[in-house]
Write a protein that binds this ligand. Structure first.
Ligand code: ADP
Ligand code: MG
Length: 280
């Protein structure tokens, strides 16, 4: 039994506060550590909804070791009978999703900076064999309300905590970001995250998704065929380098898709979002 997984109830150590957000399997609340008043966030996962939770202890141990400036830090876990409580770093800048909606689309420099930070986090996570599997603008948060706030990937590691079946159901609920190999159901790896980065980059540059169909079967077929384009007039002013990166991410064959490391070296990222940029 790992020390890190506490069997005691969350309420013994934390005061649970206001609701911050909801996802498919969980509710996220602000909470305060009684010992020192530290403000945190707690993700309360409903075990019944999340499906089987085998090997969660191994996953939690991995997640505890994870430490990257662009990934929401997991502090500790409380395992109760019907729920799992993940106590983590509190971020206050809201979801990338809401910033896209507010702005319409991003400038190329801002989009490149956003993708650079996402790929910096992914390069680190992928090197540790951790795949996100559900990257989308709702799971990409900002550290603070500032315009130049750092990106924080949320929902990480949960990938393996939640059952494969539950992941597939989520994918089928919001399939716009899902890689073709997931839909083909032939096994998949960390490359699925890079497909999602391609979808997110596309949306950042124009404000609408690359794959869109009213009916799910048609949407699935379009994704599996990798069928998308850069419609005029929205894409007329977007640089060739930015389109080149989209084209190298939205590649149906996962082996031919760029890795996070390769994205960080892509000319568009290197010239538009120098890694030295210091963020708050
Ligand atoms: P799910 O796996 O159910 O989708 P998420 O981890 O994505 O759950 O959390 C749901 C929502 O809660 C997020 O979209 C975000 O708005 C909010 N949230 C998640 N983690 C934090 C955090 N560490 N700090 C502040 N808000 C958070
Ligand atoms: Mg989520």
């Amino acid at each position: 039994m790992l020390d890190f997984m506490k069997k005691s109830p969350l309420a013994k150590n934390y005061e649970v506060g206001k609701h911050l957000g909801s996802g498919n399997f969980a509710e996220v609340h602000q909470c305060k550590r009684k010992a020192d008043g530290l403000e945190c966030a707690v993700k309360i996962i409903d075990k019944a909804k999340a499906g089987t939770l085998e090997a969660i202890q191994d996953e939690v141990a991995i997640m505890e070791r994870i430490d990257h400036k662009n990934v929401v830090k997991l502090y500790e876990v409380f395992d109760e009978s019907a729920k799992i409580n993940l106590v983590m770093e509190l971020v206050t800048g809201g979801e990338l999703f809401d910033r896209i909606v507010a702005r319409g689309s991003y400038t190329e420099a801002d989009a490149a900076e956003c993708v650079r930070q996402i790929c910096d986090a992914l390069a680190y996570m992928h090197a540790n064999d951790i795949c996100h599997r559900d990257l989308k603008p709702e799971n990409i948060l900002y550290a603070s309300p500032a315009d130049d706030a750092a990106i924080k990937l949320a929902d990480f590691g949960l990938a393996k905590v939640v059952s494969e079946k539950a992941i597939m159901q989520t994918a089928c609920g919001t399939p716009g970001y899902v890689a073709p190999e997931i839909l083909q159901n032939t096994g998949f790896g960390i490359e699925v995250d890079m497909w999602s980065v391609g979808v997110i980059l596309y949306i950042l540059l124009c404000g609408f998704p690359p794959f869109y169909e009213e009916e799910l079967p048609r949407l699935f077929a379009t994704i599996m065929a990798g069928r998308y384009d850069f419609p005029s007039p929205w894409w007329d002013t977007v640089s060739a380098d930015a389109k080149d990166l989209v084209n190298k991410l939205l590649v149906v064959d996962p082996k031919k898709r760029l890795t996070a490391e390769q994205v960080l070296k892509h000319p568009w990222i290197v010239s538009s979002a120098p890694a030295e940029a210091q963020l708050t």
